[in-house]
Design a protein around this ligand. Sequence first.
Ligand code: H53
Length: 832
Amino acid sequence: MDARYKSRDIERRSLDVDSLKRSFLEWLVYSVGKDARAATRRDWFHTVALAVRDRVVDRWMDTTRSYYHEDAKRVYYLSLEFLIGRLLTNSLSNLGIMDECRQALDRLGLSMDDVVDSEPDAALGNGGLGRLAACFLDSMASQGLPGYGYGIRYEFGLFEQRFENGWQVEHPEQWLQFGNPWEFARPEVLYPVQFYGRVEEFRDSVGERAYRWVDSERVLAMAYDTPVVGYGGDTINTLRLWSARATSDFNFGHFNEGAYMKAVEQKILSENLSRVLYPNDATEIGKELRFKQEYFFTSASLQDILRRYLQHHTSFDNLPNKAAIQLNDTHPAIGIAELMRLLIDQHGLRWEKAWEITQATFAYTNHTLLPEALEAWPVRMVERILPRHMQIIYEINAKFLTRSKAKAAGDNARLSHLSLIDERGDRRVRMGNLAFLGSHKVNGVSALHTELMKETVFADFHAEFPDRITNKTNGITPRRWLKQANPALSELISSRIGEGWISDLGQIAALKEKADDVVFREEFRRAKRKNKKRLAAYIARQTGEEVQIDSIFDVQVKRMHEYKRQLLNVLHTVALYNEMRDNPTVSWVPVTKIFAGKAAPSYHMAKLIIKLINDVAKVVNHDPSVHDNLKVVYLPNYNVTAAEIIIPAADISEQISTAGMEASGTGNMKLALNGALTIGTLDGANVEIREQVGADNIFIFGLTAEEVNDLRANGGFNPREVIASNPALKRALDMIATGAFSPDDRNRYQPILQALTDGGDHFLVTADFADYCRAQDAAMQLYRDSEEWTRKAIINTASMGWFSSDRTVNEYATEIWDVHPVKPTHDGEGFR
Ligand code: H53
């Protein structure tokens, strides 16, 4: 090789400060096209990202080559959402060159923070489900597992939330506006995806009945690849996102204006498929475009998976030994019918063989029991958009129902629950049932959730297939959620127990004994204080509000949903406000209530609760009679980047959903890992958090899932009686009802009051109010004893080892996927 190229090649891989600095200057000029004088912060971000990407590419190719040479079994994680957030610090941190990069920028007179802050937050997801997918990608790469993410490259991510007069308003999230330095466009990786048309029956070469899908419209799926850097930089996996491209099949032949405009219109319409993420979290709205998005990315991914498989194999018999496909919720569940179609119609397999392969390849994760979130598409729509799939679904259903035990027992009610078709009203395809039936394993995301799955939505399936449901409690990646987000605490931890916890979070248990070490406690507090200062500055920038560092930072950050009960929190806030006003001479522990989270744009009740919190904030924050002992802030535009600032600074973690309704939660894990004490119900993974941290180190309150169930089964309760018997609650509600927080519109909160009273208080806010206040009081009392508080906070951090997504992914790998780590061979030069 030409020596000049060779040395440049080595330079590209070198991780020392000088090489980085030289690379930055070269990239700035030759790729961004600016000189140092004219470069903006954003230019520098692109420069640094491209130079870092250089250091990843060889290892990425090595990884892919190793998988190929070993013909390793891969796992494909199909997800409509990947909430990855920013990638620069993530890549630098996982490559271990954070300090080197900082120094290189320093030598150029640049601030690392400014560069980092110029990166847009990639919000290709709504909340927990999308962030879980991102944590899993990190864990798979960090453990050398051959894992691929497949999803959609939305042009617009989750909307940007702003407040106008306290109301949420949505703005488009243009994360790609200035280009995305991390991705590689693959214009040659292109698959056709069909829609509409009809099915034709014919006889195949051996005279058997066969089908073909004809007269359909086609859209092309084009791949964009983003490298996923594992911790240590050894394994670099791939996140492949599909973007919709129009085919050139349109008839541009007629050059009259009408035809031309129509053709262009068509192009725009097809490319709408990857235009925007649906902003609903755990609620379905059943729009046709959404269904088409689901099929679009699923079909492209399956075609890609089969293409890769066929590079090594001629028969499909081995597919389940070479590919595991995980369905992240029912969003890609149409993949069951699609794989059947591809195997039968395109590759000529017989039904039985195709079904055996499909079931052995797919597994399905359920993330919610909320009935409104379980996807059920109208049969008429599925028939029109995917006529061949509808046929296949009918056939799967017919074969299954004929053989089911329920049929044998003549149990018609059970049979109708098992059916893939909901026959009540306009007929619908139950995607959960399809996913269940087409998978060899089905999992819930916390122990409680999995048990409830067996007892409720999938009770009849569980009776048919008692070995299929399994639990995989969620986890979070300690790299992003402790090492990167909380450098102060991470450095403290590493100084005492070494760095092993970063890739083996179980080791963090060694900190438990440090809870009794007075010096360590002092340092732990110092780290928390540093994070609280950082958050206070952020709050001041975002809202103009000054908050006290010494106050309890009481944090509820998550999507806005009635079942998550931000309303319960704000009612407690009003009650606390009243108590402080009534008792001005008491020496109160100052409290800062911090809220953040987006509401689905069409979810009026959720938006009204946001407005209520902002209205309460306005009154409380300007009332001199509480002497700044209480502040309320609602931070706008909660996203991964904001979470990285808020979570390390929290003292209290609010996990207060109505028991039985939050499948798992993962914010609960992030907050506890960062040393916040949880106030929570026995819901989702809170139950397991309590087991890990011990009942003395968590504030549990409220009805249990079983009690909620009994209460509802026995005709509910009378919220008016509960309200009448609790003066603090009554007073808070009366204030809201009479316009104490909305003098400009005294009736504004009628819908909320109505829901809590005549509406029957479905989420049991009033029922849990008294016990919630008790838990809050206990927390406030404990906070006065700062040594005891810190002790418990340390125990929380030290007890979270089990909630690493490395543990979760390992369980999937061994118990569902049967995939194993592959050690890539790096034969390149210049690696560290
Ligand atoms: O998934 C998280 C859970 C959380 C659950 C959430 C979720 C979505 O974000 C979207 C759709 C859906 O069905 C569920 O609400 O409890 O922690 C990851 O499993």
